[in-house]
Design a protein around this ligand. Structure first.
Ligand SMILES: C[S@@+](CC[C@H](N)C(=O)[O-])C[C@H]1O[C@@H](n2cnc3c(N)ncnc32)[C@H](O)[C@@H]1O
Length: 332
């Protein structure tokens, strides 16, 4: 089946996803429709639908069917004016080493890989606008966009996203707060990112808070024991640590986002079988979580190092996917 679809390109994911979406939203309640939905969702789950696309996202997005994606998460470069880079180092015990480790043993550090991408734009908003327009075109009527930025560009992005999506379709600004790394003494240390959430249509969007992980109450003594045990629904301020530089989750790709943040987003704003898109995919956090939660995904990046990391990450997790340089174009 995998080979058949890879060669014929006749039954592209978005068409199946669109049928599935229509079945879901029309709510016929007729036995035949339900049966068709079950069959289609089974096909979607059986077919290896995940796509890893290498190239500039604007060009690749043009080949994706309109209204085929339920959830888009994007984490573009933040326009820091720097090259974002991370090195992967190997530590080896050595008497001549310069790094002190466990039990005061000395270690020698060798750089085994370095990953980077440029993060400097003459006009970031000009770069963002056509990509936001594509995001809107691709979303299903109940679809949602999460746009992850920080203080540098978020306010300008809000203004243009309001214009593209309609101010009435702005759902939330999520503050992701963390507390790690050097802290300025000259100003309040900036330790949060901003995630703007837009829906395609404020009257139709999908949001399921019952699927979202719960948090401990700040003052559990003020609520019943039962409530304290259950925890509370997260608000629009999310406290979560960054990906630990020494933890298992780390891929070595710069600015990798935590799996738990993506899990919350994907659980709330999509259902099993839906198609999730990340067109600034980096290390593939969106793809890995989408697969874990039974969604299909399209991950796009123009950096060959990101593609290599994603391949390794998906392979290690046993996630099936196809790599394409261009998404198969569907006549519109
Ligand atoms: C902030 S990183 C994404 C990190 C990702 N969320 C993760 O968890 O690893 C931004 C990514 O956007 C990619 N990128 C920048 N411009 C792009 C473009 N025009 N087309 C496709 N990818 C692009 C960069 O190569 C980089 O990998």
């Amino acid at each position: 089946m995998h080979t058949f679809f890879a060669h014929t390109q006749l039954v592209p994911v978005p068409i199946l996803a669109r049928f599935w979406h229509k079945c879901r939203t029309l709510q016929f309640g007729v036995f035949v429709t339900n049966l068709t939905c079950i069959l289609l969702s089974t096909i979607i789950n059986i077919v290896d639908t995940n796509q890893l696309l290498f190239g500039d996202n604007l060009e690749l997005l043009a080949g994706i069917e309109s209204k085929s994606v339920t959830l888009i998460y994007i984490d573009p470069p933040f326009n820091t004016g720097k090259v974002q880079s991370r090195a992967i180092n190997k530590m080896k015990k050595s008497k001549n080493g310069t790094h002190k480790g466990y039990l005061d043993e000395m270690y020698e550090k060798t750089e085994i890989a370095k990953y980077s991408y440029p993060d400097s734009f003459d006009d970031f908003i000009d770069f963002l606008i056509p990509r936001l327009k594509e995001a809107k075109r691709l979303l299903t009527d109940d679809g949602t966009l999460y746009l992850h930025l920080d203080y540098r560009e978020v306010h300008y992005a809000k203004v243009v996203a309001d214009a593209i999506f309609g101010r009435e379709n702005f759902l939330n600004e999520i503050i992701w707060a963390y507390d790690y790394g050097a802290k300025s003494k000259q100003k309040w240390p900036a330790k949060h990112d901003n995630i703007l959430v837009y829906v395609k249509d404020i009257n139709k969007y999908y949001f399921n808070s019952s699927k979202v992980d719960r948090e401990p109450y700040m003052a559990p003594s003020l609520v019943t024991a039962e409530k304290a045990k259950r925890g509370k629904l997260p608000t629009d301020v999310w406290w979560h640590t960054i990906v630990s530089p020494t933890g298992k989750e780390k891929t070595g790709y710069p600015t990798q986002k935590p799996v738990a943040i993506l899990r919350r987003i994907i659980n709330a704003s999509s259902e099993k079988g839906d198609l999730v898109l990340d067109f600034f995919a980096g290390s593939g956090t969106t793809g890995i979580v989408a697969a874990e939660l039974g969604r299909s995904f399209i991950c796009i990046d123009k950096n060959p190092e990101a593609i290599a990391i994603m391949k390794q990450r998906f392979d290690e997790a046993g996630v099936e996917y196809e790599i394409k340089e261009k998404y198969f174009a569907i006549p519109r």
